[in-house]
Design a protein around this ligand. Structure first.
Ligand code: UD1
Ligand code: MG
Length: 484
């Protein structure tokens, strides 16, 4: 559901926590699902409600986190949290990084809640605005609410406050409505309530949750929006939860594409990053993984067992049991089975990179084919050229890489080796096993292999008594071995 909401004055993303349960040298919020860091998803959801300002509060692994954040969001305001612990302190320091007189709605989210969407935030802000609330908290009803802050409601159903699990009575622990940690606040209420928050609780932290009861005590209206989709408020604290969230995100991504006209034969074995773009009538076969900025044109068939990372696939192309990165596959082209396209492969319209071919920095023109068993690197190939089986560009002299340039309508025979730098003109041919060290003019046939010499009777003379010698002796017209 999408709800029109007023753009909030700011979103503050809390990202200062350590995330020790990940047991990782990498900060928790930099762990990825769906091709993006968790905090990257948080920033994308925040961007979805178009805030005037976006703030991230950091502390743990500060420099590494900030570098990542500024890469994805150069306009981000960074707020450093000091050594006073707690979500309340984090938000207070986020506020300090904003103009002192900021007014309107301040939204708070977490850097480790990756399935939250801009639409869900929009609904929260819309409800907050519609009722002119002081605070609106996003909540969920969970089968197992252990560990979460519980939403305490009055007899009339209104939100009285939030009690943390560690501070809760047994009766309060029985409440199944939990605090997601995602809120919309009136800026002035937030500022004045935070000034009254103490660290007098079980964890000795400044609890942001205390703002609700303080605001209510000051006469403000405090309300909750209960999400019907608890995945949206679920955080990842360890790698088991990370995998579960990643799987659910992928399920949602696959469903979205199927609903918009993509055939996914087996969504359980198909992985699609959130920034991938697919056209209608694309078919994805089992075992397909599409990563990064990969985009696939209409009627293309990908898979089975194919991984594409930042690859542009043209309309009607097929890619089967192959791996490609940072490459382009033209309209109607065919790749695989078992092809390996390394960065900067540019396969032209109706071209082919066939079985057991590896390419790298290779520009292959329209209709040209590299069908079987070879390597093409640092190469430029014209149109409608046929590269024979087992051809290799020897592009590396041990120190530098060199280019091979092959024209259009060229026919190269099996096992041709191009010793770069070298060029082959339009319409040229090579002979089987040619080692092309010198440029080949247009229309020439390049032969480099020494003439063949047959040493008659060699096997029987040199391998007497062997099965080969016996076979040779039995062959029609075979010379009689001289074993005397
Ligand atoms: C918090 C809530 C709890 C809620 C739960 C939802 C409080 C007091 N409690 O609990 O009601 O059910 O989230 O997941 O707010 N962070 C900082 N600085 C800090 C502490 C935390 O930036 O000093 C950030 C963390 O990086 C994280 C988020 O705030 O993104 C939540 O921190 P966490 O420690 O997980 O909060 P909980 O105690 O689980
Ligand atoms: Mg938590």
């Amino acid at each position: 559901m999408s709800v029109e909401a007023n753009a909030p004055a700011a979103v503050i993303v809390l990202a200062a926590g350590a995330g020790t349960r990940m047991k990782s040298a990498k900060p928790k919020i930099l762990h990825e699902i769906g091709g993006k860091s968790m905090v990257g998803h948080a920033i994308a959801a925040a961007r979805g409600i178009d805030p005037e300002r976006l703030v991230a509060v950091v502390r743990h692994e500060r420099d590494r986190v900030v570098e990542h954040l500024l890469q994805i969001e150069p306009d981000l305001t960074i707020a450093d949290q000091d050594d006073v612990p707690g979500t309340g302190r984090a938000v207070q320091q986020g506020l300090e990084a904003l103009p002192e007189d900021i007014e309107g709605t301040i939204v708070v989210t977490y850097g480790d809640v990756p399935l939250l969407t801009g639409e869900q935030l929009g609904e929260l802000v819309a409800a907050h605005d519609a009722d002119a609330n002081a605070v609106t908290v996003l909540t969920a009803r969970l089968g197992d609410p252990t560990g979460y802050g519980r939403i305490v409601r009055d007899d009339d159903g209104s939100v009285a406050g939030i009690v943390e699990h560690k501070d809760a009575t047994d009766a309060q622990r029985g409440i199944d409505e939990v605090n997601s940690g995602i809120y919309a606040f009136d800026a002035a209420v937030l500022r004045s309530a935070l000034a009254q928050v103490t660290t007098d609780n079980a964890q000795g932290e400044m609890y942001l949750t205390d703002v609700l009861s303080i605001a209510r005590g000051d006469g403000g209206r405090v309300a909750a929006v209960v999400t019907g989709d608890p995945w949206q408020v679920e955080g990842a604290n360890d790698r088991v939860q990370l995998a579960a969230l990643g799987k659910e995100m992928n399920r949602r991504t696959c469903e979205k594409w199927m609903r918009s006209g993509v055939t996914i034969v087996d969504p359980d074995s198909t992985w699609i990053d959130v920034d991938v773009a697919l056209s209608s009538d694309v078919t994805l076969k089992p075992g397909t993984q599409l990563h990064g900025s990969t985009a696939v044109g209409t009627d293309a068939v990908i898979g089975p067992d194919t991984t594409l990372t930042n690859v542009q696939v043209g309309q009607g192309a097929t890619v089967k049991r192959s791996d490609a990165t940072d490459s382009t596959i033209g309209q109607g082209a065919s790749v695989g089975p078992f092809a390996y396209l390394r960065p900067k492969t540019d396969l032209g319209e109706s071209g082919k990179i066939g079985a057991f071919y590896e390419t790298k920095n290779a520009k292959i023109g329209k209709g040209s084919k590299l069908s079987h068993l070879g390597y093409s690197g640092d190469s430029v190939i014209g149109e409608y050229t046929n590269i024979g089986c087992g051809n290799i560009t020897a592009n590396y002299d041990g120190e530098k890489k060199h280019q091979t340039v092959i024209g259009s309508h060229v026919r190269t025979a099996s096992n041709t080796v191009f010793v770069a730098p070298v060029s082959v003109g339009d319409g040229a041919y090579t002979g089987a096993g040619a080692i092309v060290r010198k440029d080949v003019p247009a229309g020439a046939l390049a032969l480099s292999v020494a003439p063949q010499r047959n040493s008659e009777g060699w096997t029987q003379a040199k391998r007497p008594g062997s099965e080969s010698a016996a076979a040779a002796g039995a062959a029609p017209g075979a010379p009689v071995a001289d074993n005397s």
